[in-house]
Design a protein around this ligand. Structure first.
Ligand SMILES: [Zn+2]
Ligand SMILES: [Zn+2]
Length: 274
């Protein structure tokens, strides 16, 4: 049954002022101009290689995959620093020190960095609400420099190449750089392991026999540890990370985090001869 027109709704809107008619035309022309402007703005070129993209998100993806790493040259101070922290914490006195092939800087996207910073802010905010104050958590979320060792299937960063390989997810290092760490769910899952020393990271890297082509990738990461749970007692929910086995050189040699946003890989040391 069709509804009859309600006479109560009789058009008051018929009354149109002169100036309101004028306003009517304005938004149309503005919309046209604006759409032209945004259309132009959405054509963006890669600052690295000049390739042109119609959408900002396509450029973002291109940068994340094609300009994911850059090799640090001999004059780069961060190269020396990474080399020193890697070698000084190798700690295998009986075995010869492994050979560093190259050191790469991870070109994290602004999106990845802001996720990391958001996570830090969340940890800091959480810390202000706790009755017991943890100065480090309040200051910077208890950020630590940590190692995580993984495998590689490609020649990442060799001879100036900056792109990730196509074997994601089988190439572990490229997968981590592209889409971050994965927290496996399940009873046996302990989270993502990071270590205080490169030696421990190397030893704890589980490698299938034919996966290891004599080269490994050591990720040097910034980690928001937050409140660290150091003993078995206590509720896990009150903490942000869990300490593993106590090492000889560090009481926090093993640390597990549970949120992939808590780790930002910054450098990759490609090494062999271990
Ligand atoms: Zn490019
Ligand atoms: Zn790869």
């Amino acid at each position: 049954m069709a509804k009859s027109r309600n006479p109560k709704n009789h058009p008051k809107e018929k009354k149109q002022h002169h100036h309101s008619q004028k306003q009517d035309t304005k938004p149309h022309s503005w919309a046209a101009v604006r759409s032209l402007l945004t259309c132009k703005a959405s054509i963006c070129s890669c600052p690295e290689c000049g390739e042109i993209f119609m959408k900002a998100e396509n450029l973002e993806l291109h940068q994340a995959v094609r300009h994911a790493v850059s090799e640090l040259g001999p004059d780069d101070t961060s190269k020396n620093i990474v080399e020193i922290i890697f070698q000084s914490s190798w700690l295998k006195k009986q075995a010869p020190v492994c050979k560093i092939d190259r050191i790469l800087k991870v070109q994290n996207t602004p999106k990845t960095i802001s996720k990391f910073e958001e996570y830090r802010d969340a940890i800091k905010a959480k810390a202000t609400k706790l009755p017991k104050k943890h100065p480090r958590c309040l200051a910077d979320g208890n950020e630590l420099l940590r190692f995580h060792c993984t495998t590689l299937m490609c020649s990442l960063g060799l001879n100036g190449s900056s792109n990730l390989c196509n074997s994601v997810p089988s190439c572990a290092v490229c997968s981590v750089i592209k889409s971050g760490f994965k927290v496996t769910s399940g009873v046996s899952s302990k989270g993502i392991l990071t270590t205080a020393t490169s030696g421990k990271a190397h030893d704890s890297c589980r490698v299938a026999v034919d996966d290891d082509h004599g080269k490994r990738a050591m990720l040097v990461c910034r980690v928001i540890a937050g409140r660290v749970k150091k003993n078995p007692e206590g509720n896990l929910e009150d903490y942000d990370s869990v300490a593993g086995a106590v090492g000889v050189y560090s009481n926090l040699d093993e640390l597990y985090v549970f949120n992939p946003k808590a780790i930002l890989p910054c450098f990759v040391v490609i090494y062999g001869g271990f």
